[in-house]
Design a binder for this molecule. Structure first.
Ligand code: T3D
Length: 263
């Protein structure tokens, strides 16, 4: 499949997806969703990929659903937004969450509506200081989707989640970091180099172990302590047999840097 609305490349263990409709602040169309699904499937199938970067072209990260696609004339049958969620947003969120490698979202500008929540579905969210997050749904009579009602209260607590979702106010990247919505906000001049450093780090990391970290932390939201302790035991049992664990211990004892293969 060739891509028109995203850019995709993968080399040196680093897969990169860039949303590429800058004149529309990279808002989602059906075509963009199709291209994203295809690229994410390729990343999942690529055993050499150790980290995925998701970012946007131009001055915005993503302004959510392209509302021009939702314009209906009076008397037309309304668009079935439930079908749009089932076919597009739900698979996208699950694909990002289920990838067995770290997903870094570099929020290069405004992230609004589903654009904000797709960022929150990623594992590490790093934003440039001039970026912002807007739960714009309430401005058009919708609820936060793309996992927003799941992620927001878990990340920032229910009072702040409610305020963000009911008011639709702009949250600066700095506030987002202070509130624990994202990992980090960095100065615009340092943004590209900080993102590159993160990607370089993950490209050399014990990827299988990091995938297990993701699974364990995601599972904890629905588990009791007993269940989570059992999950940790099972994961350590599996990881203890991995080449990367043996390499990590050997490197520590030999006082040398580890050479992880990701397995
Ligand atoms: O429908 C379903 O399938 C259900 C799922 C829904 C998920 C959702 O995401 S619903 C929420 C949709 N998104 C929004 O409501 C956000 C709309 N955009 C904005 O509020 C603002 O654009 C921003 C706050 C994000 C940025 O404002 P600003 O002033 O920096 O930029 P701008 O001038 O508004 O936008 C620049 C251009 O992008 C502009 O076009 P123009 O005037 O230059 O020709 C604007 O119309 C266009 N644009 C921005 N967002 C969208 C968009 N065009 C289509 N759809 C958009 N979402």
């Amino acid at each position: 499949m060739s891509y028109e609305q995203i850019r995709f490349e993968s080399s040196g263990g680093i897969a990169r997806i860039k949303l590429n409709r800058p004149d529309r602040l990279n808002s989602f169309t059906t075509q963009m969703h199709e291209e994203l699904r295809d690229a994410l499937r390729r990343v999942g199938d690529d055993a050499s990929a150790r980290v995925l970067l998701l970012t946007g072209e131009g001055r915005g990260f993503c302004a959510g659903q392209d509302l021009a696609d939702r314009a209906v004339a009076p008397g037309d049958t309304p668009v079935d937004l439930g079908a749009s969620i089932d076919n597009n947003y739900r698979p996208l969120v699950l694909a990002l969450r289920n990838l067995a490698l770290p997903v870094v979202c570099a929020v290069n500008g405004v992230a609004a509506g589903a654009g904000a929540n797709i960022a929150l579905a990623c594992d590490i969210v790093i934003a440039t200081r001039s970026a912002s997050f807007i739960q714009a749904f309430c401005r058009i009579g919708l609820i936060p989707d793309a996992g927003g009602t799941f992620f927001l209260p878990r990340l920032v607590g229910s009072a702040r989640a409610m305020g963000l979702a009911l008011l639709g106010d702009k949250l600066t990247a700095e506030q987002a970091q202070e509130w624990g919505l994202i990992w980090k906000c960095v100065d615009d001049e340092a943004f590209a180099s900080e993102v590159d450093a993160l990607l370089a780090h993950f490209a050399q990391a014990p990827t299988g172990g990091l995938a297990a970290v993701k699974r364990a932390l995601h599972a904890s939201a629905g588990n009791t302590l007993e269940e989570q302790l059992a999950l940790e035991r099972d994961a350590q049992r599996t990881l203890g047999r991995s080449a990367d664990y043996r390499e990590g211990v050997a490197a520590f004892l030999a006082k040398r840097p580890p050479n992880f293969t990701g397995r």
